[in-house]
Design a protein around this ligand. Sequence first.
Ligand SMILES: [Zn+2]
Length: 289
Amino acid sequence: MLRQSTQLFLFLFAIIGFAVITPLSEAQAQRPSGPPKRSITKVTGDVYRYQNNFHFGMLVETKDSIVVTDPINTSMVKWLRGEIKKRFNKPVSHAIYSHSHGDHNTGGEEWGKDVEVVAHEKLRAEVLSGKARTGYPTQVFKDELIFRLGGKTFELKYLGIGHGTDLIAMVVRPENVAFVVDAVSPGRLPFRNFRGVDIDGLIEQIKVVESLKFKIMLPGHGKLGSKKDAIDARIYMQKLRARVLAGLKAGKSTKELVKTVTMDEYKGWGAYKPFRPLNVQGMAAWLQK
Ligand SMILES: [Zn+2]
């Protein structure tokens, strides 16, 4: 009996613990019913973006092969494999992962053992520990990695700790398209209440994105953007931080701040209504840590 109740306790603890440490992902928060919305569309030159509902990845056609980015999930990889065969008839040679969060990066192993997996070195540890259920990175780097392949140059840059600990951005040339996931979503408020995010680190991550040379931003969420979207996203974060901090210093409660920090100039941005109060709450919690 004692053993049984101990087992039950451990079981419940495992479930509750899992629920507590697993942030609600974009996919869980916005999962529509019915079959997933999927597509591959041309961005410019040999650069394409692929979509699985609210998640996007980058695909690059090189002379002899295809380079993909985040797998998103196993079923998406299976779908992509079929589409790539039909549209390009070239093998997938590389998969470059933006970061280890499960909503962007699950099921990468489905590409098979012949695909070179490139990611930040911290992502390899996430795979080894079983936290990230995706392909094992065969090539990792610390700060930056540049490689050439079939007429294209891939410039990978580590963004530091902020949104996650293993987030990178990637620029493809000669198209000058940057693949940027989660640090910036063009024309849209940041996701919910910054759960699990180092907010000051996130501002620094956006600054690194701003320092890259590119023309088009291909984000992991939302519409295509440009350098200006990174600048705007950083200014939003800095304004939000300053306004919430000023309110806290004036002795206002988080409840009052949700009412007064209205961020009016961002009313035209996506997710303003649902995310603005949560952004204020998250910022207040971060600043009071
Ligand atoms: Zn993420």
